[in-house]
Design a protein around this ligand. Structure first.
Ligand code: PEP
Ligand code: MG
Length: 908
C-alpha cells in the first residue's frame, strides 16, 4: 500500500476521519463528504474505501488487501448505529449507495449503485417503516435495474439498441397508458422487479443476488472495475488524468427524494456555471432519485421553483450553498436530496465552468474580496480564454432567420456561443465527419459518457432531454462547446437518421444552427461575427464600456501582465496579423516567415525563376523582382510594430515547395524565363529531393546562394532605414534558420552585417538591429556555446527540434502519433506540448551553454509550442526571455506565463 495503511475512512454524526485536503486518497467526492460533515453540513453517514485499495485491486488480480473486509464490516456497524437501523434487517433495513469518486471528477464516467440492500424480505421492512409500498417498490426496481446493468452487465448490445430495462419500463407504461414513471403503482413496479430479474436470468444465466452483503461486495468490485471501462479511459486521455490514480468507493446511508411530494432531489451551483453570474443556480425533481436529474430522463425544474414549493428546505439549501462557497472560496457544484422536508447534502465539489464563467467568477471574486488576484489568475485554464474569442451569431442574419420562422425550437442554454453545422445523430459519425473536414452538430435524445469523443469533434451539441446539469450540459461546458440541452420539441429517430421539430423534418447532413447563449435551435446556416472581445479590440465595432465580457477579460490580462516574467511575441507574416498582435498586446514579432509572402499573387513566378535560374546572374535577375515586394511587406509590418522587435527569418523551406507542379505551370514559366520547356523540366527533376526536410533548406540555401540572403537583408534594412527617415524607430532582428554549426552562422552573418552597414551608410541613418539564429537542430543545442559567439539571440524552433530530436517527420507523424498517445507510448503529442525529457533537455543544454558564452544573449521560442500553456510554463522554468505564438494565442500565453510565476513561488 502506498500512502496509507488505513483502508477505510468513516464520516457521520458530525465527525469525519478524512478532510478536504485528502482528495488523492479519498477522491473528490469522498473528501467533500468528509469535509462537509466536519463543518456541520447535514450529510448522511458513510465511509470511503481509499484509492490505494483501488491500486491494490489492480495490482493483485482484482483481490482486496487483507483486513479490508473487517474494516468495511466495522464501518457498516458504525453507520447502522447512527441510523439506528440494520443493513439487511427485514423489519427495518438501512439501505446504502455505493459510488465512485476519483481525485478529479469524471462526471458519469464510472458507476454508481443506489438503494443497495433491498431484496424480497427487506422491501417488506421498508414498506412497514414508510407505509408507502409504491415508494418501496420504486426503490427496489431502480436497484435491480442499476445492479443488473452495472454489476451484472445487462446492457444494450449496439448503438441502435435501447437499454433493455428502459424498454421493459416503457412497455409497462404503454400497457398502463401512462407517460411518466411516477404514474406506475406499487403493484406494477413490483411486477417490474420480477420481470427485470427474469430477464437477467434469461439473458445472462445469473440469479440476482438476494444477500445484501453479496450485493455490497459485488457493487464495490463493479465501482473499482469501472475505473478502467473504455469511456473512463477515453475521458482520462482527453483531460490528461493519470490512469494510475484509481477511484475511491463511497458507501453511504441512503436518504430518499422519492418518498412523496415533500421530497425532492437536485443539483445546484453556487453561481451560474455558464455565465458566472452570482446566484444559486440549478435544478431539481420532486419525488425522484438523484440519477433522474443527471441522466436527463426527465427534464427537471429550475431551482427558483423550489423556493415556491418547498420554502423552508430551499432556504436551508441557499444557506448551505453560501456556507460551502465561503468555506471553499470557490464556486461549488452540489448535490442534495430533500427527504420529507429535510435537506441532506450528498456532494460538493469545485464546479466546472465555461471560459466565460471562469473569467467572470475569478474577477468577481477578487472584487468581492473572496480571493486574491494571484488566486484568480491561477483559477482559469489558459485554453479556456479561447472561448471568449470565439464567434457569435450575426444579429441581422439571426433576426432574418426569426422572421423566416426558422427558429424551430428552444431548449436550455447549456453551453454559450454560436455553432452552425450539419446534423449527425451518432457520436462516432461526429468523429468521422469531422475527420473529413465537416462541421457537425451532434443531435441526441440525451448523451452518455460513451459519446465524449464525438462531442469533442462536434461544433455544437443538441439534446432533446435533460437539464442544465445533464451529462450533455456538463461535458459541453467543460469542453467549451456550444450546447442546447433538453429541447423537448425534438423528436429524434436514430434508425431513420432524422428528427422532427414542430412539423419540420430535418435529416442527417442538413444544416442547423444552435445558439447556446439563447438556447435556440435554428434551421439552416447562420453567419457568425467575431466575439465581443474581438469586436472591441480588432474590428473596433463595440464600445469597450458596453461589454462586460471585454472589461473583465481586460482586467485579467492586466493582472497577468503585472505578474509574468516571460515576454509574449507573435508569429506573424502579414500586416493584418501584425495589427491583431498589437491589439492583443504582443510585445513584438518572434517569427516572420518570409517565404509565406512568396505565395501571393504573381510573386510565385519570380520565386520560381530564382530557383530555376541556371546561374547567379539569372538568380540575381529574379531576386531583383522580389526585392521591392519584400521591402514593401517588411516596411508595412515594421511600421505597425513601431519600436518593438520584429524577428525576420531568412528563407527556410526546401526549395521544392516552390517548384511548378503542373505541365501548364512549367510551360508558362519556360516562356517567361525564355528557356526550352524540356530544359526546365530537367531542372525540376534535378531539384527533386528524397527527404526535403533534411535537404537543401534553411541556411544551406543562403550558403549555396548568398545572393538570396543578400537580397532579403537589403529588403529588411532598406525598409528599416526608410522608416527611420520617417521618424520611426524600427527594430529588426534578422534570424538565420536551421543552423547546426558556428561556421554556417558566421558566413550568413557576414552577409547580413555587410548589407546592414552599406544600407545605413547609403541612407545616412543608424538603426537598432540584431543578428541571431534559430536553434532547431540537436547539434545546435550541443554546440550552442560556439554558435553564441556569432549570435545576439537564439530562438528555439521547436517544430524542427522535435522532428530532429525524435526522428519523427512533422508531416508524416499524424498517421501514427495519435495511437502512440492513446497507447501511452508517449504522454502527449510532442508537436503540441514540448517533450520535456528529450527536446526539453536539449533546450536546457542550449540555454546553459548559450548564456555561459554570452551573458546577455536574448532567448525565445517560436515553434508552435510557444502557444501551448504547458510548454509556456516550461519556457519560464528554463529561463527564456519570451515565447512567440500565433496572434490569437497571445492571451493564453500571457495567462500561462503569469501562472508559471505563481506556481514557481508556491513551490518555493
Ligand atoms: C520551427 O521549426 O519550430 C519553426 C518555427 O520553424 P518552421 O516551423 O517554419 O520550420
Ligand atoms: Mg523550423
Amino acid at each position: 500500500m502506498a500512502r496509507s495503511e488505513k483502508l477505510v475512512y468513516f464520516f457521520g454524526g458530525g465527525k469525519a476521519e478524512g478532510k478536504a485536503s485528502m482528495k488523492d486518497l479519498l477522491g473528490g467526492k469522498g473528501a467533500g463528504l468528509h469535509e462537509m460533515t466536519r463543518i456541520g453540513v447535514p450529510v448522511p453517514p458513510g465511509f470511503t474505501i481509499t484509492t490505494d485499495v483501488c491500486g491494490y485491486y489492480y495490482a493483485h488480480k482484482h483481490r482486496y488487501p487483507k483486513g479490508l473486509e473487517k474494516k468495511v464490516g466495522d464501518s457498516l456497524h458504525r453507520l447502522e448505529e447512527i441510523m439506528q437501523k440494520k443493513f439487511g434487517d427485514p423489519s427495518s433495513p438501512v439501505l446504502v449507495s455505493v459510488r465512485s469518486g476519483a481525485r478529479e471528477s469524471m462526471p458519469g464516467m464510472m458507476d454508481t449503485i443506489l438503494n443497495l440492500g433491498l431484496n424480497d424480505q427487506t422491501v417488506q421492512g421498508l414498506i412497514a417503516k414508510t407505509k408507502n409500498p409504491r415508494f418501496a417498490y420504486d426503490c427496489y426496481r431502480r436497484f435491480v435495474q442499476m445492479y443488473g446493468d452495472v454489476v451484472l452487465g445487462l446492457k444494450p448490445r449496439d448503438r441502435n439498441e435501447r437499454d433493455p430495462f428502459e424498454v421493459m419500463l416503457e412497455r409497462k407504461k404503454e400497457k398502463r397508458g401512462v407517460r411518466s414513471d411516477t404514474e406506475l403503482n406499487a403493484e406494477e413496479l413490483k411486477e417490474l422487479v420480477s420481470e427485470f430479474k427474469a430477464e437477467i436470468k434469461a439473458q445472462l444465466g445469473k440469479e440476482f443476488p438476494e444477500d445484501p452483503h453479496e450485493q455490497l461486495w459485488g457493487a464495490i468490485g463493479a465501482v473499482f472495475g469501472s475505473w478502467n471501462n473504455p469511456r473512463a479511459i477515453d475521458y482520462r486521455n482527453l483531460y490528461r488524468i493519470s490512469h494510475a490514480w484509481g477511484t475511491a468507493v463511497n458507501v453511504q446511508a441512503m436518504v430518499f427524494g422519492n418518498m412523496g411530494e415533500n421530497c425532492a432531489t437536485g443539483v445546484a451551483f453556487t453561481r451560474d456555471p455558464a455565465t458566472g453570474q452570482k446566484r444559486l443556480y440549478g435544478e431539481f425533481l420532486v419525488n425522484a432519485q438523484g440519477e433522474d436529474v443527471v441522466a436527463g430522463i426527465r427534464t427537471p425544474l429550475a431551482i427558483d421553483k423550489l423556493k415556491e414549493i418547498m420554502r423552508e428546505p430551499y432556504g436551508e439549501l441557499d444557506r448551505v450553498a453560501k456556507v460551502l462557497e465561503r468555506h471553499y472560496k470557490e464556486m461549488q457544484d452540489i448535490e442534495f436530496t430533500i427527504e420529507r422536508g429535510k435537506l441532506w447534502m450528498l456532494q460538493t465539489r469545485t464546479g466546472k465552468r465555461t471560459g466565460f464563467a471562469a473569467v467572470r467568477l475569478a474577477v468577481d471574486m477578487v472584487e468581492e474580496r473572496i480571493i486574491s488576484k494571484e488566486e484568480a489568475l491561477l483559477r482559469i485554464e489558459p485554453d479556456q480564454l479561447n472561448q471568449l474569442l470565439r464567434p457569435i451569431f450575426d444579429h441581422q442574419d439571426k433576426e432574418k432567420a426569426a422572421r423566416d420562422r426558422r427558429v424551430l425550437a428552444r431548449g436550455l442554454p447549456a453551453g454559450p456561443g454560436a455553432a452552425t453545422g450539419r446534423i449527425v445523430f451518432h457520436a462516432d459519425d461526429a468523429e468521422s465527419w469531422n475527420k473529413r473536414g465537416e462541421r457537425v452538430i451532434l443531435c441526441r435524445i440525451e448523451t452518455s459518457p460513451e459519446d465524449i469523443r464525438g462531442m469533442d469533434a462536434a461544433q455544437g451539441i443538441l439534446t432533446a432531454r435533460g437539464g442544465m446539469t445533464s451529462h450533455a450540459a456538463l461535458v459541453a461546458r467543460q469542453m467549451g462547446k456550444v450546447c442546447v440541452a433538453g429541447c423537448e420539441a425534438l423528436d429524434i429517430d436514430y434508425a431513420g437518421r432524422q428528427m422532427r421539430v414542430d412539423g419540420t423534418v430535418l435529416k442527417e447532413g442538413d444544416w442547423i444552427s444552435v445558439d447556446g447563449t439563447a438556447g435556440e435551435v435554428i434551421q439552416g446556416e447562420i453567419r457568425t461575427l467575431p466575439s465581443e472581445v474581438l469586436q472591441v479590440l480588432i474590428t473596433k465595432s463595440l464600445d469597450p464600456k458596453a461589454s462586460r465580457v471585454y472589461q473583465q477579460f481586460a482586467k485579467l490580462m492586466k493582472w497577468a501582465d503585472g505578474m509574468r516574467q516571460l515576454g509574449v511575441r507573435t508569429n506573424t507574416d502579414q500586416p493584418d496579423q501584425a495589427l491583431i498582435s498589437m491589439a492583443f498586446g504582443a510585445e513584438g514579432i518572434g517569427l516572420c516567415r518570409t517565404e509565406h509572402m512568396f505565395f501571393e499573387g504573381g510573386r510565385i513566378r519570380a520565386v520560381r525563376e530564382m530557383i530555376l535560374a541556371e546561374d547567379e546572374a539569372g538568380r540575381r535577375r529574379a531576386l531583383a523582382k522580389l526585392l521591392p515586394i519584400q521591402k514593401k511587406d517588411f516596411k508595412a509590418i515594421l511600421k505597425i510594430m513601431g519600436s518593438l522587435p520584429v524577428t525576420i527569418r531568412t528563407l527556410d523551406p526546401p526549395l521544392h515547395e516552390f517548384l511548378p507542379k503542373t505541365e501548364e505551370e512549367i510551360v508558362e514559366l519556360a516562356r517567361i524565363m525564355d528557356v526550352p520547356v524540356e530544359a526546365l523540366k530537367n531542372k525540376v527533376k534535378i531539384l527533386h529531393e528524397f527527404n526535403p526536410m533534411l535537404g537543401h533548406r534553411g541556411c544551406r540555401l543562403g550558403i549555396s546562394y548568398p545572393e538570396i540572403t543578400e537580397m532579403q537583408a537589403q529588403a529588411i534594412f532598406e525598409a528599416s532605414c526608410e522608416l527611420r527617415k520617417e521618424g520611426l524607430n524600427p527594430f529588426p532582428e534578422v534570424m538565420i534558420p536551421l543552423v547546426g554549426s558556428r561556421q554556417e552562422l558566421h558566413m550568413q552573418r557576414e552577409i547580413v552585417e555587410r548589407v546592414a552597414q552599406q544600407t545605413m551608410k547609403a541612407y545616412g541613418v543608424r538603426i537598432r538591429y540584431m543578428i541571431g539564429t534559430m536553434i532547431e537542430l540537436p547539434r545546435a543545442c550541443l554546440v550552442a556555446d560556439e554558435i553564441a559567439q556569432e549570435a545576439e539571440f537564439f530562438s528555439f524552433g521547436t517544430n524542427d527540434l522535435t522532428q530532429t530530436c525524435l526522428g519523427l517527420s512533422r508531416d508524416d507523424a499524424g498517421k501514427f502519433l495519435p495511437s502512440y498517445v492513446v497507447q501511452g507510448v508517449l504522454p502527449d503529442d510532442p508537436f503540441v506540448s514540448i517533450d520535456r525529457d528529450g527536446v526539453g533537455r536539449l533546450m536546457r543544454i542550449a540555454v546553459e551553454k548559450g548564456r555561459k558564452a554570452k551573458k546577455n544573449l536574448e532567448m525565445g521560442i517560436c515553434g508552435e509550442h510557444g502557444g501551448d500553456p504547458r510548454s509556456v510554463v516550461f519556457c519560464h522554468e528554463i529561463g527564456l526571455d519570451y515565447v512567440s505564438c500565433s496572434p490569437y494565442r497571445v492571451p493564453i500565453a500571457k495567462l500561462a506565463a503569469a501562472q508559471a510565476v505563481l506556481r514557481d513561488r508556491r513551490l518555493r
